[in-house]
Design a protein around this ligand. Structure first.
Ligand code: CP
Length: 315
């Protein structure tokens, strides 16, 4: 693999290999000295044209734990705000000797452009592009599910037969898309639940069951309930009557939390709108994997950087 742009083309073997290496990286993160010399002399650029907390910081930590030199580049405060193009930005990074570029951009497809245009000779990681994909979020979600289900016996396993219900703003969610492709590749059964206005046009042609009734989905006792953030910043029209109505129909309220089976895990990629798509009690409950997802993100991103930059295997 040279780049990681999507989960759609990852094979099961490639995905399991990334998750297994992340297990090794998690062990490194548990040590007193949390460092490997693997990427010594390599330069990783975090190129963020959109805001981020978890993804940007965890890629920085991941690259530093692998001994890479890290350059953090945010569009705000850079020459991009003076109108510099993606091509000129990329060529500047190339001149600085970037070996890997972790890119977040509001435009769907921007990391693909960077990977294919020939402006820079570096491994490109998609850290979230518009409403398109967020592959490392899906990988860390899969890692988190696998670890909760199988613990120390996770290595080599997929997620065969695991029922995952993804709820909320599917329309704008790159997390839902990357998770759908990856979870299916790993053998999970995925269902989307959302108001009809927040389901993408043409979803009938996607390889996923979908519906609008969260209570019915909860009654079926999924092993995983993944709540998505309402992405108000991407909404240019009213998709539901009010926040109160949304929380009542599609939020993980305290009452719905109480109806979940004991072993259901509650996931959220963050940042959370507490009281809207998820109640505080649900977010902070023992079922919640929210902070595990953040911690696992470092190990998974170490693994991705390793596969791209140390072995040259990624594509
Ligand atoms: N989950 C996620 O991508 O969070 P950030 O926007 O904080 O990176």
């Amino acid at each position: 693999m040279r780049h990681l742009l999507t989960t759609q083309t990852l094979s099961r073997d490639e995905a399991v290999a990334i998750l297994d290496t992340a297990e090794d990286m998690a062990e490194v993160s548990d040590r007193e000295i949390k460092k490997l010399p693997t990427l010594r002399g390599r330069t990783v650029v975090n190129l963020f044209f959109e805001d981020s907390t978890r993804t940007r910081v965890s890629f920085e930590v991941a690259a530093k734990r692998l001994s890479a030199d890290v350059i953090n580049f945010a569009a705000k405060g850079s020459s991009v705000s003076k109108g510099e193009s993606l091509k000129d930005t990329a060529q500047t990074l190339h001149a600085m000797g970037a070996d890997g570029v972790v890119m977040r951009h509001a435009a769907s497809g921007a990391p693909h452009t960077l990977a294919s245009a020939g402006w820079i000779d570096a491994g490109i990681v998609n850290a979230g592009d518009g409403t398109h994909e967020h592959p490392t979020q899906a990988l860390l979600d899969a890692f988190t599910i696998r670890r909760r289900l199988h613990g120390d016996a996770s290595r080599g396993l997929g997620l065969d037969g695991v029922r995952v219900t993804i709820v909320g703003d599917i329309l704008h969610s790159r997390v839902a898309r990357s998770n759908l492709w990856l979870l299916r590749t790993l053998g999970a059964e995925v269902r989307f639940i959302a108001p009809a206005t927040l389901l993408p046009v043409g979803i009938e042609g996607w390889p996923v069951e979908f519906g609008v009734d969260l209570d019915a989905a909860i009654a079926e006792g999924p092993e995983v309930l993944m709540m998505l953030r309402i992405q108000a910043e991407r909404m240019h029209a009213a998709h539901f009557p009010s926040e109160r109505e949304y929380a009542r129909e599609w939020g993980l309220t305290d009452a719905r939390l109480a109806r979940l089976p004991a072993n259901t895990m509650v996931m959220h990629p963050g940042p959370m709108n507490r009281g809207l798509e998820i109640s505080s009690a649900a977010a902070d409950s023992a079922k919640s994997t929210v902070l595990e997802q953040v911690a696992n993100g470092v190990a998974v991103r170490m693994s991705v950087l390793y596969h791209l930059l140390a072995t040259g295997e990624a594509s």
